[in-house]
Design a protein around this ligand. Structure first.
Ligand code: SAM
Length: 401
């Protein structure tokens, strides 16, 4: 046994050394000897959405090619990560498969509840790419089952509510609809927490049907329910009897699956970066606007400051003028009161009182002369002038002047 292994290794080394990578021989029995990991497993997914199913997308591609179902039904679609992977492979291989996605598109306690936008996005994508062979059925699984004939469904994907009872009900109620070559795949078969019970149910199925389980991506169990499986599917179920082959097949699909979840993570990260960039752009714009108004306020404030300075100077000047005026007024008042005093003295003096008649006479004469001059200059009747004169002379004599 050991000597044949040594010979094999030697053979391998020779092949490598003599011609580099080109003639590299696989000398150990290949774990994939009956499983064709053909190019479809390496398809680039058209749609990557948030999902616990991302890491099974390459296997979904492989499965469609290996199984080639006529009727495919999915119970639990959400954003369509699994469903659109099947559709993409069917489209790629130009198969005549009819596909049905059944979901209430409301969510549940395990997947979480979500809004109408999820169904709209699934509908848009389906209408855009796959409406010629794919139909969305918005209803409970138990209602959807009525629309299928017994023995019609070749591929059933169960990914609804994940309690033991729910998954058993889904399987049992759809069992009559399954064809003689039917394959059932059940997601979340490796989740062991809370009330998840898929792992218990698939353990029971293993007693009856050939199975193969991937433990990555929350677990996906493939169940060969129909007795007439394709050669490719039989090879997969056969591999389940050999630990080494199980491990190798799991590793290949787990590594391929990782590329999908990594790509989704990178896209999601890019979106976050783009969103942050946009937010940053908005913030920078706001900051620029704020700076602008800040500069405007600064210039307004400097104008106001210089105005204030002018008003302060003007105020100072007015105050000074005001105090000057007050002092001037005081002097004038003093002068007035001094003059008033002098006038009072004069008015109260004896000489002023004695000369009162003289001053009166002087005023009267001045008045008469003024009137007379006016009459004389206008050349009025002399008689009137004479009478006038006489009248005034009389007054003068009356007063004894
Ligand atoms: C885990 S998600 C499906 C994930 C999907 N296969 C993917 O690839 O991402 C489960 C979905 O099943 C739906 N669902 C659960 N129980 C249901 C039921 N009894 N009838 C209809 N839809 C149900 C929920 O609305 C939810 O969208």
């Amino acid at each position: 046994m050991s000597s044949s292994k040594e010979t094999s290794n030697l053979k391998n080394e020779n092949a490598y050394n003599s011609s580099g990578n080109q003639d590299l021989e696989i000398v150990e029995p290949s774990p994939f000897q009956n499983i064709s990991i053909n190019s479809i497993s390496f398809l680039k997914p058209v749609k990557l959405t948030q999902s616990a199913w991302l890491e099974h997308i390459p296997f979904a591609f492989w499965l469609i090619n290996a199984h080639r179902p006529q009727v495919l039904v999915e119970l639990g679609t959400h954003y369509g990560s699994s469903y659109f992977s099947f559709c993409q492979a069917i489209d790629h291989l130009h198969l005549s498969t009819r596909c049905y996605a059944i979901d209430m598109w409301k969510g549940d306690d395990h997947a979480g509840f979500y809004g109408e936008n999820v169904y709209s996005s699934v509908q848009d994508h389906n209408n855009h790419l796959y409406s010629q062979f794919s139909t969305l059925m918005r209803m409970p699984f138990d209602e959807g089952v009525k629309y299928f004939k017994d023995g019609e469904v070749d591929l059933l994907h169960i990914d609804g509510f994940h309690t033991y009872d729910a998954v058993k009900n889904d399987f049992d109620s759809w069992l009559p609809k399954l064809s003689s070559r039917a394959v059932v795949i059940i997601h979340d078969s490796n989740v062991r927490k809370a009330d998840f019970g898929v792992y218990r149910f698939v353990a029971e199925l293993r007693q009856t049907y050939p199975c193969f389980e991937f433990s990555h991506g929350h677990g996906l169990t493939i169940v060969g329910v129909g007795a007439e499986q394709s050669k490719e599917m039989l090879n997969l179920f056969e591999a389940d009897n050999d630990e080494r082959r199980i491990r190798h097949i799991q590793e290949v699909f787990s590594r391929l699956g990782k590329s999908c979840s990594n790509e989704y993570a990178v896209e999601a990260f890019k979106k976050i970066v783009a969103d942050n960039k946009n937010e940053l752009k908005v913030s920078v714009n706001e900051l620029t606007e704020l700076k602008k108004t800040d500069i405007e306020h600064l210039s307004e404030s400097s104008v106001l400051k210089s105005d204030l300075k002018k008003y302060q100077i003007e105020n100072e000047r007015l105050r000074f003028e005001n105090s000057q005026m007050i002092s001037d007024m005081t002097s004038v008042n003093e002068l007035i009161s001094q003059r008033q005093h002098e006038i009072n003295q004069i008015l109260n003096s004896t000489s002023w009182r004695l000369t009162l008649p003289l001053r009166f006479a002087k005023r009267v004469i001045r008045y008469v002369i003024r009137r007379w001059k006016r009459l004389f200059l206008k050349d009025v009747n002399k008689k009137i002038v004479t009478q006038y004169l006489l009248f005034h002379l009389l007054i003068l004599t009356e007063y004894g002047i």
